[in-house]
Write a protein that binds this ligand. Structure first.
Ligand SMILES: Nc1ncnc2c1ncn2[C@@H]1O[C@H](COP(=O)(O)OP(=O)(O)OP(=O)(O)O)[C@@H](O)[C@H]1O
Ligand SMILES: [Mg+2]
Length: 262
C-alpha cells in the first residue's frame, strides 16, 4: 500500500531525513515513534505531498512521487496523492467560521462536487461514529479539544481516504480528553483502515500498532511488531535495544514512558 524508498530531505544544512525506507501494508496501523526533532512530522508531510523531498520516492497505491518528474506530471500526482490521504494534526485545524457539520461537508461538496443530501447524511453518520453528532450545529470554538479532534477525524474520513495520517493526535489534549480520541482511533483500526500514527504515547502505540517504526538520526532505526520493539523485561524503558543510538532514543522517551507506568 505504501512504499517509501531512500527518502532524503534537508532543511538547509540540516539533514532531517537521511535515508528513510518504510513499507506499510493495506490495513496496517503503523506507529512512528522517535525523539523530538528526528523528522517524524517531516516524514508525514513528505508522505502526503505537503512537503517536497530531495531524493528517493514515495509510492502510495498506484501513485508514485519522485524528484525527477516533469512539473505537470508531478502536480497531477500530488493531487492524486493528497486525494488518497486524510490527515489529522495535533492542533485540529478546523475551519472556525463553519459549524461542525459544515467542516465535515466542506471538502466532499467543494472538492468532489458531491450530492448535498448524500453528503449531509454521510457527515451525520461520521459525526455519530466519532460521538459528536449532538454538536453538529455548533462552531468549533464551543467544543472541547477532544471533541474538536474527533470532528477533525470525521472531516478527514469524509473523503474516504485510503490512508489516514495522524501527527500526535492527542498531545494537545488533557489526559481526560485523550481517551475519547484514542478510542475513536482504536475503533477505526478495527475497521481495517490503513493508518500511520506519529505518537509519543508508548502505551497507545503498543496497544494499537501492527508495526512500530522507530525513527532516529534521520533513518528508521528499527521496525517490527510492538512486542518485539517494546520490551516487557524493562518496564521502566519499554524499548528494546535500538541499533545505533539506543542511548539517545531511550533517554528521549524515558520520561514519557514513565507516565504510563501504574
Ligand atoms: N521548515 C523548516 N525549516 C527549517 N527547519 C525545519 C523546518 N521544519 C522542520 N525543521 C527541522 O527539522 C527537524 C525535524 O522536524 P520535525 O518537525 O519533522 O520533527 P519531529 O520528529 O516531528 O519532532 P516532534 O516530536 O517535536 O514533533 C527539526 O530539527 C526541525 O527544527
Ligand atoms: Mg512532529
Amino acid at each position: 500500500m505504501i512504499k517509501v524508498s531512500h527518502l532524503k530531505k534537508s532543511h538547509g544544512a540540516l539533514g532531517v531525513l537521511r535515508d528513510v525506507s518504510v513499507e506499510i501494508d493495506r490495513g496496517d496501523v503503523a506507529a512512528i515513534i522517535g525523539p523530538s526533532g528526528c523528522g517524524k512530522s517531516t516524514f508525514l508531510r513528505c508522505l502526503n505531498g505537503l512537503e517536497s523531498f530531495d531524493s528517493g520516492s514515495v509510492c502510495v497505491g498506484n501513485v508514485t512521487l519522485s524528484r525527477d518528474l516533469p512539473p505537470d506530471v508531478q502536480r497531477e500526482r500530488l493531487a492524486a496523492m493528497r486525494r488518497q490521504m486524510g490527515m489529522v494534526f495535533q492542533q485540529f485545524h478546523l475551519f472556525p467560521h463553519l459549524t461542525v457539520l459544515g467542516n465535515v461537508m466542506e471538502a466532499p461538496l467543494r472538492v468532489l462536487g458531491a450530492n448535498a443530501k448524500a453528503t449531509l447524511e454521510k457527515a451525520e453518520q461520521l459525526l455519530d461514529r466519532v460521538g459528536v453528532l449532538a454538536k453538529a450545529h455548533e462552531k468549533p470554538a464551543r467544543l472541547s479539544g477532544g471533541e474538536q479532534q474527533r470532528v477533525a477525524i470525521a472531516r478527514a474520513l469524509a473523503m474516504d481516504p485510503e490512508v489516514m495520517l495522524f501527527d500526535e493526535p492527542t498531545s494537545a489534549l488533557d489526559p481526560s480528553l485523550m481517551q475519547e480520541v484514542l478510542q475513536v482511533l482504536q475503533s477505526l483500526a478495527r475497521t481495517g483502515q490503513t493508518m500511520v500514527i506519529v505518537t509519543h504515547d508508548m502505551a497507545f502505540a503498543r496497544r494499537i500498532a501492527t508495526t512500530v517504526h522507530v525513527f532516529g538520526e534521520g533513518t528508521v532505526q528499527r521496525s517490527g511488531p510492538p512486542e518485539t520493539i517494546f520490551c516487557d523485561a524493562e518496564p521502566e524503558v519499554m524499548l528494546a535495544p535500538v541499533r545505533g543510538n539506543r542511548g539517545a532514543v531511550r533517554a528521549a522517551m524515558r520520561h514519557r514512558v514513565r507516565r504510563y507506568k501504574h
